[in-house]
Design a protein around this ligand. Structure first.
Ligand SMILES: O=C(O)CCC(=O)C(=O)O
Ligand SMILES: [Fe+2]
Length: 279
């Protein structure tokens, strides 16, 4: 089958047809990775891959990551099952963030497979942080040049307490912790500059007083969320999504209202791949 690429927006994202995700040959992997680097988030609908095939695909990208706080599946600890219960109106990842940016080595990429999708609601948005850097106000660029920021993990409650079907990984370290990263990082594969802060985890710019840091971060967060930097994806079941967590932020929309999307489960299987230390 001929490969088909449908762009999701002017900013980023593509839906791909004609690629077999069960084929983990070097040649096929290179094709997938090139698509990922170019579009930053890619989607493949109607992919009947099982857990082993999901893991095999993820392992091509590098060593797999264990989530700091959330437990994986009994049989496949590499897979975290994200579950929004039928009656829940909130869901995991429901604000702009880059996954585990509070770790010393934040996630490289995530492979998410949709298992159960409500008839309406629960789309996911992505925003292009390479474009966000390019289009950022010059005065702000000047102020943050060479600076770092503190990213905080927010503690286990943040990932578990609001989601009744998500379970902790039984590690003892349930406390909040933080790491410092450059505000602008260089993509290790493309060499491009990327704005690497996010609304959920980035707390403070190092070397500025709190007031100035808050003001600048607020402006940056507003800029990152500008719709012209984003794409939005409406899921169907058995879709595989891969995002480059170094160069996008994402937002799982919790729009589950009575008479609309409320009353349905939303289930995703998620595998994360370890990243580098940003520089
Ligand atoms: O469920 C989603 O659409 C994405 C959730 C999320 O933020 C994640 O898996 O990292
Ligand atoms: Fe996320």
């Amino acid at each position: 089958m001929q490969m088909e690429i449908k762009l999701l927006s002017g900013a980023l994202g593509a839906e791909i047809k004609g690629i077999n995700l069960k084929d983990t040959s070097e040649k096929n992997f290179k094709k997938i990775n090139d698509l990922l680097l170019e579009h930053k988030v890619i989607f493949f609908r109607d992919q009947l891959i099982n857990a082993e095939e999901h893991i095999a695909l993820a392992e091509k990208f590098g060593p797999l990551e264990t989530h700091a706080y959330v437990r994986g599946l009994e049989k496949h600890p590499e897979i975290v099952r994200i579950i929004k219960a039928e009656d829940e109106q909130n869901q995991w990842g429901e604000n702009w963030h880059s996954d585990v940016s509070y770790n010393a080595k934040p996630t490289k990429a995530v492979i998410l497979k949709s298992i159960k999708i409500p008839p309406v609601g629960g789309d996911t948005c992505f925003s292009n942080m390479e474009l966000a850097w390019e289009t950022l106000d010059e005065d702000i660029k000047e102020k943050i040049k060479g600076k770092t920021a503190i990213h905080s993990s927010l503690g286990a409650e943040f990932f578990l307490d609001n989601y009744k079907k998500m379970q902790g990984n039984k590690k003892k370290n349930y406390d909040e912790y933080s790491n410092e990263h450059p505000i602008v990082r260089t993509h290790p594969e493309t060499g491009k500059q990327i704005l690497f802060v996010n609304w959920t985890y980035t707390k403070k710019i190092v070397g500025l007083d709190k007031k100035e840091s808050d003001e600048i971060l607020k402006k940056i967060f507003e800029h990152q969320a500008r719709l012209e930097l984003t794409c939005r994806f409406t899921w169907t079941e058995n879709t595989v999504c891969i995002w480059d967590n170094r160069s996008v932020i994402h937002f799982a929309i919790a729009d589950f209202y009575p008479g609309r999307g409320l009353g349905y489960e939303r289930v995703m299987d998620r595998i994360a791949i370890e990243g580098d230390q940003p520089n």
